[in-house]
Design a protein around this ligand. Structure first.
Ligand SMILES: Cc1ncc(COP(=O)(O)O)c(C=O)c1O
Length: 434
């Protein structure tokens, strides 16, 4: 009998040959995923997991959506790359223009969120002739040379490199409301806006743009005081700062509206599109009005181009996502299943000693894992054990201890109930010992 072929150790290969450290969540989970089916991921052993990480919001239409899969396969076989104009590009821009906030109907396409934010910052600096970028503490906009310093990240490295044009000021997180009662939040972030205004007054050369996530995603799905974004809009207009709304996570339905701009009733000067926009195919965009595009260095031919920007497969993927998100019942599902999850999280917080500060909007939900002995945010060991406790019950959450729940927006009510049951069992009193 022939000897069985050795089974490759996939995590080991990735650790040995991958550049940079492997993803923490992948290392913590220790699973190898072979495929996805709707709201589930399936591992090498055939076990299924409800995917509440969705690759950090990318897989918002779930896995293997038939319309998306067909659109990609068809386009890949016909034309996958082209430096000349294509019908897919035109059709996609027309589709986007229909759903984008009024006045932001022109979009430059790229392949990653960071790249889009880089373009937005350069656009703002070019239009205003000013250089400073103000972000909000613990916000996240990318890991490139300049952007990695937004949100007060890598502060020592920023000082070492002498980067003096990227700043951060406190974000007014809503603390008094959970996802059920968020509509009652009446705060407008007055103190944060005063802080921003005072800080900006000291910036030599002036503020080009203020960049903000409608809800802090990477920091743990933390919504701001509900009327903050509208008040920030007013301040930016008064001061002549451009407002960049980074909808990398909130865009394409996550809050139950196509964009958070609609949910919060604000119109930014520049809107960042990413993640869910391509449904898993790399795609991102920068939307702005004609005045900005035409009065900046981006008015020059080729100034906005990149190797993968507007490639036909990306456009086909984007069109399929648009079609799905604006299709009948999609956004209603986000709102109703989101409300079901929100109610379940409220019950979970009442019952589990490990759960505090449940929060969110639509299907951008979260909570804190806490140590019952101290009431403080759970440390890394307890967090990891609670994460694994969820995984053992068939639920993948995006992050610990500030847990992010970014379910597929196609989640069915029975799948939402299964996720809530898994959370209740995984985080029951005494679920994790020692
Ligand atoms: C709000 C936000 N902006 C920008 C980015 C960067 O996007 P990418 O990882 O596609 O470069 C991220 C990534 O997590 C994000 O959450």
């Amino acid at each position: 009998m022939a000897a069985a072929a050795p089974v490759p150790d996939i995590p080991d290969t990735i650790r040995r040959l991958g550049g940079g450290g492997p993803r923490r969540i992948a290392e913590n989970a220790g699973l190898v995923i072979t495929h996805g089916e709707g709201a589930h991921l399936v591992d090498t052993g055939g076990r299924r997991y409800l995917d509440f990480a969705t690759a950090m919001g990318v897989a918002a239409i779930g896995h293997g959506h038939p319309r998306w899969t067909a659109a990609l396969s068809e386009q890949a076989g016909r034309l996958a790359a082209c430096v000349l104009h294509t019908p897919e590009h035109a059709e996609y821009l027309e589709g986007l223009a229909e759903v984008l906030p009024e006045g932001l109907e022109r979009t430059a396409l790229y392949s990653g969120g960071t790249e889009a934010v880089e373009v937005a910052v350069r656009l703002a600096q070019s239009v205003t002739g000013r250089r400073h970028l103000v972000s909000f503490t613990t916000g996240f906009h990318g890991k490139s040379t300049g952007l990695r310093f937004t949100g007060h990240r890598h502060a020592e490295e920023r000082a070492w490199l002498g980067v003096d044009w990227v700043h951060d000021v406190p974000y007014p997180i809503c603390t008094g409301h959970d996802a059920v009662s968020y509509l009652d939040c009446d705060g407008d972030g007055t103190a944060a806006l005063r802080g921003l205004d005072e800080y900006a007054a000291g910036l030599d050369g002036g503020v080009a743009a203020v960049i903000v996530e409608p809800i802090l995603g990477t920091a743990g799905n933390l919504p701001p005081e509900r009327r903050f974004l509208a008040a920030l809009r007013r301040l930016c207009t008064e001061r002549g700062w451009l407002l960049v709304l980074d909808e990398s996570i909130t865009g394409f339905g996550r809050l139950g509206t196509v964009f958070a701009a609609g949910w919060y009733e604000v119109t930014p000067d520049i809107l960042i599109l990413g993640k869910a926009i391509g449904g898993g195919y790399p795609l991102s965009g920068v939307a702005a009005g004609s005045r900005l595009w035409d009065s900046s260095l981006f008015a020059e031919p080729s100034a906005t181009s990149s190797s993968y920007g507007a490639n036909p497969v990306a456009c086909a993927a984007g069109l399929a996502v648009l079609d799905i998100v604006t299709g009948e019942g999609f956004l209603e599902n986000v709102r109703s299943v989101g409300a079901r999850l929100a109610g379940g999280l409220r019950r979970l917080e009442a019952e589990s000693p490990y759960v505090a500060a449940t929060r969110g909007v639509g299907m951008m939900l979260g909570f804190d894992l806490v140590d019952p002995d101290t009431g403080e945010l759970a440390g890394s060991d307890l967090s990891r054990r609670l994460f694994l406790s969820c995984l053992e019950r068939g639920l993948l959450v995006a992050q610990v201890p500030r847990v992010r729940l970014n379910a597929p927006l196609t989640l069915r009510p029975d799948e939402a109930d299964a996720a809530l049951e898994a959370l209740a069992a995984a985080l029951a009193p005494g679920a994790v010992r020692g």
